[in-house]
Design a protein around this ligand. Structure first.
Ligand code: DX5
Ligand code: ZN
Length: 228
């Protein structure tokens, strides 16, 4: 099967959930058909915001069977791979713009037995992933400037999604291609058309409270764009 036709998956980002009722948000996302959960770790250095660390990932791990994608928006991911693996992360996504040696991050993640993703900020070219592209389980294209949920999707990243899709398909790899930031029914459809197969959605899932309905609408939209 061409990778481009892999099943589309939705990963609600807990950053947009009510932190005072996180267990409820996790349950609602799982019951509503989420395929994974996305956990945004921010250190106040790599991005201007601070969110949470391994203890919260562990608390989420204890409440769901869904795969946990941990998005490390931190300056020294290498140092924190093990704590997040121990906390229950299934995929650890690090930024190519972070200070750590990317090959070393991939090697260490493999040694820890977790899947590894490489993320690029909106202004970072896809080619910056070249040294590790073939070793990644997931390529994450950021469609907002990392730091906050609830921002608008930046359409300039669409050609980058398309280029990543073309490269993954050309090489016949099973690499996940995810898009993160400002994904709504309409922008999700655009990203799906460009070849994204994994959709991180924060506000579009948790705003308004109808998590199952929001997930249903998002799924219908991306399937329309991605051919189902
Ligand atoms: C931004 C985070 C995103 C964000 C998604 O730095 O990486 O995962 O929380 O939230 P929305 O979908 O609201 O942009
Ligand atoms: Zn994220």
């Amino acid at each position: 099967m061409a990778n481009g036709r892999r099943r589309l998956r939705l990963a609600p980002s807990l950053l947009s959930a009510d932190f005072g009722a996180l267990g409820d948000a996790v349950r609602a996302a799982e019951a509503g058909g989420a395929d994974a959960l996305h956990l945004d770790v921010m250190d106040g250095h790599f991005v201007p915001n601070i969110s949470f660390g391994p203890a919260l990932v562990a608390a989420v791990r204890a409440r769901t069977r869904l795969p946990l994608d941990v998005h490390l928006m931190i300056t020294d991911p290498l140092r924190y791979l093990e704590p997040f693996q121990k906390a229950g992360g299934d995929t650890l996504v690090f930024h190519i713009e972070s200070g750590s040696d990317p090959k070393e991050v991939v090697r260490r993640a493999r040694a820890l037995g977790v899947a590894v993703g490489g993320a690029v900020k909106p202004e970072t070219p896809l080619a910056s992933l070249d040294p590790i592209f073939d070793e990644l389980d997931q390529v994450l294209v950021m469609s907002v400037h990392p730091g906050f949920s609830g921002q608008e999707f930046l359409p300039d990243v669409v050609p980058k999604i398309r280029a990543a899709r073309a490269r993954i398909d050309r090489d016949g790899r099973a690499t996940d291609l995810s898009v993160d930031g400002g994904v709504t029914a309409s922008t999700g459809r655009v990203a799906a058309e460009a070849g994204a197969r994994f959709f991180v959605c924060g506000n579009a899932v948790f705003a308004g409270g109808d998590v199952a309905g929001n997930l249903r609408r998002l799924r219908a939209a991306v399937e329309e764009g991605g051919g189902g």
